[in-house]
Structure formats: structure tokens, C-alpha cells
Design a protein around this ligand. Sequence first.
Ligand SMILES: Cc1cc2nc3c(=O)[nH]c(=O)nc-3n(C[C@H](O)[C@H](O)[C@H](O)COP(=O)(O)O)c2cc1C
Length: 277
Amino acid sequence: MSKIVVVNGSARIKGNTMSMVKVFEEQMRKMDPSVEFEYIHLIQKNFGYCLSCNQCLLKGPDQCLNRDDAREILEKMHSADGLVFASPGYGAMVSALFKNLLDRFMYLDHMVEFEGVPAVIISTSGGDGVTGAPKYMADRAIRWWGCNIIDKIGIGHAFYVMNEKSKAKGNKRLEKAAISMLKEIEAEKPMKPTFLSYMYFIFNKTEGEVSPSAQPARYEHWVYRGWFNKSYYYDTKINIFYKMLGKFFNVTMKFVFKLLLGKDADQKLGAWTHNNY
Ligand SMILES: Cc1cc2nc3c(=O)[nH]c(=O)nc-3n(C[C@H](O)[C@H](O)[C@H](O)COP(=O)(O)O)c2cc1C
């Protein structure tokens, strides 16, 4: 039995955003009635703001100064075969509730834990800026966490409700995402990374190689997972052109760091992070 966990950044648990997620859920249930859906409504959680203590990257996420529902949220997310991230669009951005999730779990950008987990992004706005929030959610955050982005969907809710064609188009998009997500969950191996996902891996790896002392907990996580010696977070075939570009990026980034900070770049960056927090 597959499990989908929905992380909802809308304050209205029966609002427009959740109504779109329900279309996604219905489609998935049509294909596989045994699929379990669990909802994490952030508005109902005790989930404080990020205090910028940086303990997550220096000492580990358990050292966070906040003592609240973060661990419970994370554990629920880890119980999923597929993740849905949902937020209304506010000024072409995510809601503050959802942004706080990204701030609190910022360490996941570097200490990746969700490698290979398929994720669908769903956002609604009134009508304008529909692509801003889902793009931000996918490419500035969830992809960094190692998730494979199955689709990022932005729907103008006013048009969806008032125009039959818009509604049909929106539903089709949501249904297609549900089909693709289920297919990915049922696949034997996680999908090959896209170029962007691969480059995020290379960026993370290079940053860790350049400065182990800047973020010790992150460095240890990478050593523990063996990623410094791997070509991706999980065993998969990497496109040869991606590999060539990745190598070029790795060498160039190291060169630029040395050029800007000198041979003792690691010590300097380490001192900066420790003195700064
Ligand atoms: C603070 C705030 C900012 C918003 N900004 C925009 C916007 O920039 N563009 C837009 O089309 N709709 C905007 N809206 C409308 C919501 O995006 C829209 O109604 C959405 O579907 C609400 O989702 P919900 O029912 O899940 O809360 C805004 C709403 C709020 C409350």
C-alpha cells in the first residue's frame, strides 16, 4: 500500500488549494483505492519561526533551538512514498506558513534526506502570478531536498471556478500528475535525475569539498552517506553530458573559491560560520 503525505501551507484547510489537492487525491484513488493520504496542515502545528541559530548545519538538526512539532512533521514526511507540497500563491510567492517550513527545514537543502522521493507541487492563486509560487517551491527548495519533482502545478482559482475550459484544463493537469506520481512510486528504481537535480547535487558536493569546516554536521552527513565518492544520491545512470558539465562546474567552483579566499578558504569559511552564529 502506497502512502502520500500532503504538506499544506494554506491557512484554510478546506480552501482553494486543498480543493485542488482533492482532485489529485481522487484521481489517484481511482487508479489505486488502497493509496493512503495523510495531511499535515501547518496552520494546526506548533511550528515556530527559524531563529537563524544555524545549529542544524553546525551540530545537527536535533540541536535546533525550537522545541516544537518539527520532528513530528519530518517523521510523517519520511513515512511517505510520495509527497505533495501545497501552498496558495501570495504575491507570486508561497504563503508565510509554507515559507516557514522551507526556513525551518533549510538544512535539508544540504543534508539531503528525501533523495529519490517523488514530489508534486500544487499551488492556487486568484488569477495572476500562478507560476511564481510553484516554481519557487520546486526549484528553490523541494528539489534541493533530493525529491524528484513529478510536476509543479499553478492554478488560477477564479478562472478554474468560472470558466469550464480552465476547469477541465486544471483537472487534466492534476490527474496527469497523479498518474505520473503513482507510476513513479510503483517503479522499481527512482527516476534518473534531471539536469537541474544533478547540478544541485554537484553544487552541494563541491560546497562540501571546498569547506568541510563551514558546516560540520552537513559534512559528516555527506561522509556518512558516502556521497563524496558517488555520482548521485542514489545508484542511477547519469547522462554523459551532465557528467562533463558537472565536472567542469566542480573544478571551476573550487578554482573561484581559491581565487577569492586563498588557499586557506576552508579555514576562513569555517571561522566565518562559527563566529557568525
Ligand atoms: C495575503 C494574500 C495574498 C494574495 N496574493 C495574490 C496574488 O498576488 N495574486 C493572486 O492572483 N491571488 C492572490 N491571493 C489570492 C489567493 O492566492 C487565492 O485566493 C488562493 O486560491 C487562496 O487559497 P486558499 O483558499 O487555499 O487559502 C492572495 C491572497 C492572500 C490572502
